[in-house]
Write a protein that binds this ligand. Structure first.
Ligand code: HEC
Length: 168
């Protein structure tokens, strides 16, 4: 009887130990993943056409970022407004993706990636507005946030393309 009780209690304790250990392990892995900043690269999961459009968009965004930087340092608000608005309007993705492509993209990427993309686009919209308002200090601040958003997303979702981020 007594032994039964002890056995049972030990079983319960082991059960608690195991589930606590399991939870701690899951937590440790989640913390490690968050610390490393790496999630699975999304590019290779996309249908080739959608991936091609995303890369075209990225290169266009890079070119626009260069032009925005040039314009900011010269106080050319009109150019900043135009280029930031063009990124906001997603020149390529929005214009060349069919509804099916859009669905395929949504199915292949995690929700957190979509959120990052939306936050990035909101930033470019705010940058365009700051330029229309002629607010230079705000433009510089938002441009910094924008570059931060590029690098943060690449470090998390594009280490296949930018492996230097895995060393961080
Ligand atoms: C929400 C995530 C996200 C944001 C924000 C983002 N990118 Fe990217 N970018 C990616 C992904 C994912 C890839 C790699 C796609 C692949 O592997 O096919 C990529 C690839 C690229 C490439 C490589 C293109 C090529 O032809 O290989 C460039 C250049 C680039 N991004 C520029 C930028 C710039 C500049 C910004 C910010 C102004 C930016 N990206 C913001 C996700 C993002």
């Amino acid at each position: 009887m007594l032994c039964d009780g002890i056995e049972r209690r030990r079983d319960i304790e082991m059960g608690i130990f195991r589930s606590t250990a399991g939870t701690l392990l899951a937590l440790a892995l989640a913390v490690a993943a968050a610390h490393a900043g790496a999630a699975e690269p999304v590019g290779p999961k996309l249908p080739p056409k959608v991936r091609g459009l995303l890369l075209q968009e990225m290169n266009a965004v890079l070119a626009a970022s260069h032009e925005i930087q040039d314009a900011i340092i010269q106080g050319q608000d009109g150019v900043v407004a135009e280029k930031a608005q063009a990124i906001y309007d997603s020149f390529i993705l929005d214009q060349q993706m069919t509804d099916e492509d859009r669905q395929a993209l949504r199915a292949a990427v995690p929700e957190a990636f979509v959120k990052r993309d939306q936050a990035f686009h909101e930033l470019t919209g705010r940058l365009a507005q700051a330029a229309r308002d002629g607010d230079g200090a705000r433009q510089r601040e938002l441009f910094g946030d924008m570059i931060e958003a590029c690098a943060a997303c690449h470090a998390r979702y594009a280490t296949n393309r930018f492996p230097a981020f895995t060393a961080e």
